[in-house]
Design a protein around this ligand. Structure first.
Ligand SMILES: Nc1ncnc2c1ncn2[C@@H]1O[C@H](COP(=O)(O)OP(=O)(O)OP(=O)(O)O)[C@@H](O)[C@H]1O
Ligand SMILES: [Mg+2]
Length: 262
């Protein structure tokens, strides 16, 4: 499957701790280092991606919450630069946890993000938009799935990995049929892979058996440097460029770029 730029990619899995945020941050950074103009949108009230860039809610007067809730607030005025010249961030704060409830009576509540991004993209030079989703299939994830053209599903290569995958695939299918015909699964990404363990190897085998070529060639290995980097407010490439984590996410970015048209 090939995709035209700009590409909008939701990183999603309702299962907690499957490395959605680690993947969002470091894939976005790797794409930026490969010369692409990238916008990372933090759609999780936990704000892990935002914190991972060293921003805290006290630094932020506006966030993605205001973009979703307030008609007047634009993405452009809310976006922040990062240490990487090609990478911008639309930050989240804990306020976002109220958005699902506050939007409940709003007409078009599942397309609020799509509307705001639609206003930004034609007047910007972003080539990639990466959406870091929360660990649920609620309204925020629904907004991501109506906005995106592509989905990347990080899956922890541990015992319960496959549990919940059919629910997620069904949800993506439903959104595709009812709300967003242009939605495709670009790939399933095995994460937190522990080399040399039977369990990781078996789960990877199972993923490939069930999902075949939908599974990325790249596997993200367990690497402590990936877990350390956010506490320094940096993506892996600015924290430890020589680490396995940097190598794996560079490899993933190359695979993603290979799906570009032209
Ligand atoms: N390859 C890796 N090696 C080591 N630690 C990792 C790796 N990937 C992620 N982690 C760590 O695992 C934890 C979960 O990762 P992460 O926050 O990216 O998952 P998530 O899916 O975004 O979680 P949530 O569902 O809460 O949003 C974090 O502490 C993170 O630093
Ligand atoms: Mg997360």
């Amino acid at each position: 499957m090939k995709f035209a730029l700009p590409r909008v990619i939701a990183i999603t899995n309702q299962k907690g701790g499957s490395a959605k945020t680690t993947t969002s941050v470091n894939l976005a950074a790797a794409l930026a280092m490969a010369g692409r103009k990238v916008l990372l949108i933090d759609l999780d009230p936990q704000a892990n991606a935002t914190i991972g860039f060293g921003l805290s809610s006290t630094d932020l007067d506006k966030s993605v919450y205001h973009v979703l809730i307030d008609v007047e607030t634009t993405m452009r005025e809310t976006i922040r630069r990062t240490e990487l010249p090609n990478l911008s961030l639309l930050p989240a704060t804990i306020h976002l946890s109220g958005a699902e409830v506050e939007l409940v009576n709003t007409i078009g509540r599942e397309i609020m993000l799509r509307e705001k991004l639609g206003q930004l993209l034609p007047n910007s030079n972003f080539q990639y938009v990466i959406l870091d989703c929360p660990p649920s299939l609620g309204l925020l994830t629904l907004n991501a799935l109506t906005t995106a053209n592509e989905v990347i599903i990080p899956v922890q290569t541990h015992f319960y990995a496959l549990e919940g995958m059919s629910l997620l695939m069904n949800t993506i299918d439903l959104v595709k049929r009812r709300l967003n015909h242009n939605l495709f699964v670009t790939g399933i990404l095995p994460t937190l892979y522990q080399s040399g363990t039977k369990l990781s190897e078996r789960v990877l085998e199972e993923l490939r058996k069930y999902f075949g070529s939908q599974v990325f060639q790249t596997t993200i290995r367990m690497n402590i440097r990936l877990a350390e980097a956010p506490s320094h407010g940096k993506p892996i490439f600015l924290y430890d460029a020589e680490s396995n984590g940097a190598e794996d996410y560079t490899q993933l970015a190359l695979e993603v770029i290979a799906h570009e048209i032209g």
